[in-house]
Design a protein around this ligand. Structure first.
Ligand SMILES: Cc1cc2nc3c(=O)[nH]c(=O)nc-3n(C[C@H](O)[C@H](O)[C@H](O)COP(=O)(O)OP(=O)(O)OC[C@H]3O[C@@H](n4cnc5c(N)ncnc54)[C@H](O)[C@@H]3O)c2cc1C
Length: 181
């Protein structure tokens, strides 16, 4: 009986320890949040289907001053849905690493990562010079070079601007010592 009790106490202690280590915390610093966003090369854009169900697609993006810039072909399901409802939820995830406290304990495995969830409304940029500026905001996320675009290329691309009105960020498993690789 004593043995069982001490096992139970020991198990409870290990669980508390793992929970403490797996601690998830909110990130409130705007600089840190924007750093997470600009460390990503892909975001996940959640759009609302006509029947209310979610439709989430990966997209490349640019970010500047609380605005997410996206671009697409001039036609597509995403655009048809945005005509019905222009609200979107855009998610970013950076610095992902599989971590664990003990290699043999499944529940001690976790993912070290940082993520940001943004909500906002999509409007489309029509002015060609504004499109060019916005596309260069996107390119800046991938390369330092500025680019010139031909008029037909600018006319053909749909450039989305998401004005972010809600933004939260979380950090996961930052206390882990062991990681894969
Ligand atoms: C890493 C990455 C980055 C991308 N960046 C961009 C970008 O910057 N701009 C852009 O326009 N597109 C980008 N895409 C493609 C994008 O995810 C969509 O596939 C594309 O925009 C077409 O969307 P749509 O709503 O018009 O779908 P449609 O072509 O109309 O799709 C019809 C059906 O195909 C399925 N489908 C659509 N997209 C996907 C997908 N990605 N994966 C699986 N099934 C799908 C859905 O079930 C949908 O109902 C990217 C894809 C990847 C993987």
């Amino acid at each position: 009986m004593k043995m069982l009790l001490s096992y139970m106490l020991c198990f409870a202690y290990i669980c508390t320890l793992i929970k403490k280590i797996m601690r998830t915390s909110f990130i409130t610093s705007k600089v840190e949040i924007e750093d997470i966003i600009t460390h990503c090369d892909v975001c996940f854009v959640g759009i609302i289907e006509a029947d209310g169900t979610p439709y989430v697609i990966p997209m490349n993006f640019g970010y500047s001053n609380d605005e997410i810039i996206l671009h697409s072909a001039p036609e597509g399901k995403h655009l048809r849905l945005l005509e019905l409802n222009n609200r979107v939820c855009v998610t970013f995830c950076s610095d992902k690493k599989l971590v664990y406290q003990h290699p043999d304990v499944a529940c001690s495995y976790s993912m070290q990562a940082k993520s940001v969830v943004c909500k906002g409304s999509v409007t489309f940029i029509e002015d060609l010079s504004e499109k060019e500026l916005a596309l260069n905001v996107t390119m800046k996320n991938y390369t330092d070079r500025p680019f010139k675009y031909s008029k037909p290329a600018l006319a053909n691309v749909k450039v989305w601007r998401v004005k972010v009105d809600e933004m939260t960020a979380k950090s996961f498993g930052q206390n882990f010592k062991n990681h894969r690789g």
